[in-house]
Each structure stands twice: as C-alpha cells, then as structure tokens.
Design a protein around this ligand. Structure first.
Ligand code: NAD
Length: 347
C-alpha cells in the first residue's frame, strides 16, 4: 500500500502509530476528518497483519465521517485499531488486570488529543473497555449505551425504509434476508426480522451461534463461504468489514445490500454492484442508530426513527434523480461537510 497516496486520495487528515511496551499496546490511529467537530473514532481489537490493520483504520474512519455527517452530528470520523499482541494475556485469569492496563494505556496515550479524537467501541471492544479508557481521558463516548442492540434495531428500521423503495413493500414478512455475521449487532437484527416474519439465511464462522438461530428463529444455516451465493432478496453484511470482495459481486443473488457492517465493499465493489442491478444502502446511512443514541443520550426508538427517515430521504432522492442510493447518501454527507466546513473554524 502506498500510504501517503492513499491518505491523499481518500482525504484522511492523519495516520499515527501508538505503542506502550509495558502493556503490549500497539495501535494505529486514523483521523479521516475533523471538519464538523472532533473525530468519533471506533476502537477495534483485531488480530490482523500490519497492512490490514492500517486498511481497517482507514476504512472505518472514512465510514465514521460520513455516518456522523449524515446523522447531523457535530463530529468527524476516526478509528483506532489495536493489535491484541498476546491475546491470551487479555483473557487470562492469572492476569485479570491486563485488559484494564491496555485500555488505560490507550487512554493515557490519546489524552493529549482529546479535543480532536473521541473514542467509542467497535469490534472486539466492550463498553467496559471504553470505561477504562475514560479513566484516563475525557475523549470517550458510548460507555453507557448498549450500542450493538440499538444499532441492530436501527439497521432493521433502515432496511424497512429501503425495502419500500427497492421491493415495493415495507413489510418484510416472507422476505428472504441473508445475514452474514451473527455477533452482537447481527443477532439483534435477526431477532427483529424474525419477529416480522422474514425468512432468515444465516452464516457465521462460529457454528454454535448459527445453530442457536436455527433453533430459535427457524433460520437456514449456510457455510460462510457459500452464503454469498444464496438466492435472497436482501443481503445483510454484519461481519468485520470487507465481506463482499470485488470478485464476489457476480455471485450475489439479491436485489439489495443493507447491513450494519462497516465498509463491506470497496468503491470498485460499489460500482460493480450497481452494474449488477443491486441497490446498496451504505453502512454509514443505516448503521448509525448506536452512535446517535450515544451522542444524544436518546433511546433506541428515537435513534432508529432517525435512521428510518434518513434512509427514506436518500431513497426518495435516488428515485427522482435516477442516481444510485449509495451515491446519493455520500453526496448528502459530503454536502453537509463542505457547507458547514466553508463557515470556517469557530473562534
Ligand atoms: N456494534 C455496534 O454498535 C456497531 C455499530 C455500527 C457498526 N457496527 C459494525 O457492525 C459489524 C459487526 O459488529 P458487531 O458489534 O456485531 O461485531 P461482533 O464482533 O460482535 O460480531 C461479528 C460477527 O461476525 C462473525 N464473523 C467475522 N468474520 C467472519 C467471517 N469471515 N465469516 C463468518 N463470520 C464472520 C464473527 O464470528 C461474529 O459473530 C462491524 O463491522 C462493526 O463495525 C457495529
């Protein structure tokens, strides 16, 4: 990866490396934008090689910029991806404070940036971890909100708004939804879809989790490698990012992609999906309920209603302008950033 070219093309403000040898902390911090306010930075704990770690931070931070802008929040976008290093140590019973030490070290390292970077949970990180960070820096958000549940409900509501436009029916009864990734957010989405009578097809790399959904919701389980080929109406990526590679696009047999996963497709993938006649409701438009609830201190209904309204507005504009849904969503976010950014910094 040519890092500076990548930063310039995608408009990132900065990329930093953080390390704290005593606790084994090694992390990458990407700040995509602070035009609208301090960057909300999702904190991830993931076992990745160094290049994938950087890519994950660049992708997540870009999504968070657009998510905050579209949700009308006064935040920019960032991401902090931590390498677990000795991951056994983090769960070890003989070292019960290793996790606290790691996250407090992160907070301490980032405290000087607290007016520019606000940390919140993402994959592999819990509200408790963020509360450790909050011991060391005022720059945190979301440690008091169960964002996964709220986000899963918001994705469900956003899916309904988009179904009205794509499937000509807001009801998801009998609609076939393939969910890829059944973690905290994906499972919550599955529950709401099941309650409405959707037909679920599910895949996760953890077989026990799939089995639970087969038993509880009558879902059809598939191998993770095969679910991209599943005939369905809606494909819902809810795993760890990059679930739909460019090469995999021709395998999709859905009419719409709408899930909570950050960055399931690259820009080239978005174009390929459009050419295949599939509507893509982008991550940053549909997965914002948790962030909205944490930022406003509101409940899940209010936050999910905002997602519903936003997705409806995007689909309406897409219909009238004959542009793809994902293009309209990005333009709306970019317009707000550019307009508010043109006012200049507040004194
Ligand atoms: N949780 C939130 O509040 C929230 C908010 C907005 C966006 N998101 C995004 O939603 C996605 C999921 O978040 P989560 O909190 O549910 O995470 P999670 O870690 O709880 O769940 C991820 C699930 O995906 C499965 N998975 C990962 N890679 C897989 C693969 N290659 N094949 C099959 N299964 C795979 C894992 O086994 C796990 O069950 C992430 O991209 C996250 O950034 C989450």
């Amino acid at each position: 990866m040519l890092i500076f070219d990548e930063l310039q093309t995608r408009g990132h403000e900065s990329l930093s490396l953080i390390q704290h040898p005593l606790t084994g902390l090694r992390a990458v911090l990407a700040v995509h934008s602070t035009v609208l306010g301090p960057a909300i930075a999702g904190v991830r704990l993931r076992q990745l090689d160094e290049e994938a770690l950087v890519r994950s931070a660049l992708d997540l931070s870009e999504s968070l910029t657009f998510k905050s802008a579209l949700a009308g929040l006064n935040y920019g976008g960032g991401a902090c991806v931590i390498m677990p290093g000795d991951s056994d140590l983090l769960t070890s019973k003989t070292q019960p404070h290793a996790r606290e030490a790691l996250f407090r070290a992160l907070g301490r390292e980032l405290r000087p940036l607290s007016s520019r970077v606000i940390l919140t949970e993402d994959i592999g990180v819990t509200p408790r971890d963020i509360s450790f960070v909050a011991q060391e820096t005022p720059g945190t958000l979301g440690q008091h909100t169960d964002t996964s549940r709220v986000t899963g409900y918001g994705v469900y509501r956003g899916m309904k708004a988009a179904a009205k436009y794509v499937l000509d029916s807001e009801s998801l009864r009998g609609v076939r939804v393939a969910i890829y990734g059944l973690g905290a957010m994906g499972r919550e989405l599955a529950e709401h879809l099941h309650r409405e009578g959707a037909r679920l097809i599910v895949a996760d790399r953890r077989p026990a989790v799939m089995q639970e959904l087969v038993e509880d919701f009558g879902a059809t389980a598939m191998e993770p490698a095969d679910i991209l080929d599943a005939p369905c109406d809606i494909f819902a990526p809810c795993a760890e990012g990059g679930s739909i590679s460019l090469a995999a696009v021709p395998r999709l047999q859905c009419r719409m992609i709408a899930g909570g996963e950050h960055h399931p497709l690259t820009r080239a993938g978005e174009n390929a999906v459009r050419e295949a006649g599939i509507v893509y409701v982008p991550d940053f438009a549909i997965n914002s309920a948790g962030l909205i609830a944490a930022a406003h201190g509101c409940g899940k209904e209010e936050a999910a209603e905002q997602v519903y309204q936003t997705v409806s507005r995007i689909c309406e504009v897409a219909r009238h302008s004959a542009q793809p849904v994902h293009t309209v969503a990005r333009l709306m976010a970019e317009q707000r950033i550019s307009l508010i950014g043109s006012l200049g910094r507040r004194e």
